[in-house]
Design a protein around this ligand. Sequence first.
Ligand SMILES: O=C1CCCN[C@@H]1CCCn1cnc2cc(F)c(F)cc2c1=O
Ligand SMILES: [Mg+2]
Length: 515
Amino acid sequence: RLGLEAKKEENFFDWYSQVITKSGMIEYYDVSGCYILRPWSFLIWEMIKEYIDKKIKALGVEPCYFPMFVTRGALEKEKAHITDFAPEVAWVTKCGEDDMAEPVAIRPTSETVMYPAYAKWLRSDTELPLKLNQWNNVVRWEFKDPKPFLRTREFLWQEGHTAFATKTEAEEEVLIILDMYARVYEELLAVPVIKGCKTEKEKFAGGDYTTTVEAFISTNGRAIQGATSHHLGQNFSKMFNVQVEGIADGEKTFVYQNSWGLTTRTIGVMIMVHGDDRGLVLPPNVAPIQVIVIPCGIVASMSESKKKELRNECASLVKQLKINNVRVRDDFRPNRTPGWKFNHWELKGVPIRIEFGPRDMERNEVTLVRRDNFEREVVKRDELILSVTCMLKKVQDSLLQRAKHKLDEHIKQVENWDEFKLELDKKNLLLSPFCGEPECEDNIKQQSARLNTMDGTVTMGAKSLCIPFKQPKLTKPIESIDELKRIFESNNELKCIYRDCENKAKFYTLFGRSY
Ligand SMILES: O=C1CCCN[C@@H]1CCCn1cnc2cc(F)c(F)cc2c1=O
Ligand SMILES: [Mg+2]
């Protein structure tokens, strides 16, 4: 059966699995946590890659490729960084039948692969800033339930690794990259995100601070980390001895570093936010096919010449759209009915369908049908390009607006602990005053978990998602992380959200159940 059996609001997990397989995005694979990316999803990854590459090249970031294997020595250069990650590191231990003398790890991320080379290359501040990015795959043998795109043991990403002479330059780049990530979500994928800083508990331990874009899946009320941009300070440069002369005269200075990454998880978030019970709903800016042209009304009684005329007319529609840089295809398959084709291309989420039949030909008109809200619009043949480009923009905007509205109505600002738990169980995110202490965050997570009396399972408690740059009580978003960490120093009346915590709040923090 072509269509979906599962309904998105009834059985989200089955719906997701059916949508990604029946639309031709994913094929399952016999290694747990690994999936095949078929053209319909890989083409979207290529468009994301094209967008990011253009922007980072303009920022002076250069492409490169480092080996995927890393020695134990390099990987464990600094114990603190690696300890809690060690269980998910995959190792190559044999070659053929023989054990390898020195097993090598498969990169879970490339700091420890790249920074020994940075130490070799960087001697003088004249060689700074060094900005490299690689598009590759990484392996993390996670044990939590794998989910295509969202949590996989191998995934594709880009990882940017930059080194600067001063902290100021580095900190400026962190936020420029974060803004680019927010645009990938909002301008390409039509997914609204919240920009912020991770708390001490949630940040990357190897860095100084982690900034993040957080997305929201309203169907199950869960938040998901969309991409990260870390300021590493001098932690890694001290570990790997990456220091240069020429900054402080006669002295050597450890460089200031950033690392930033966005993964194929982006595709899963887009599917979950926009998909419906007929299948994918693709934002036009990333849709591999934006318009599908389907001839209609071809009946057996129609003469061969009439059929030929109709097909030629459809072909000219396709040609004209192609010339105007619209990603368009025709579906002239004679052995499929128009109805079958409507379902097929709706399942694949193509933003606009053109139905073109004898009557359209006579009246010199074209019928456009929107995938997101099924609105039909009949337009004059000679207004085709204007109407299609205008409709594509309208679809893109309305997908973002609808998702923004959903996000906004699911964020509750609460200062009371009972209200916090109540709203959390109503699939909402919470914006609450928080003291920032890791052990307090542990308590919040534990005390907001819910025992489901029906089946005795436990629903996870609330995690901190980020300290939003847009803080309540502040008119404009903060511009620096230092500022964010100090905003309550003055008027410090607010108590931490957690009832038994005596600390004063330091800032408002976004909490929620998450992936
Ligand atoms: O998140 C990014 C962006 C791109 C470059 N790397 C940073 C930090 C990655 C943090 N991280 C994340 N996961 C890890 C998993 C491991 F098995 C492991 F050995 C190390 C890590 C690890 O360092
Ligand atoms: Mg992880």
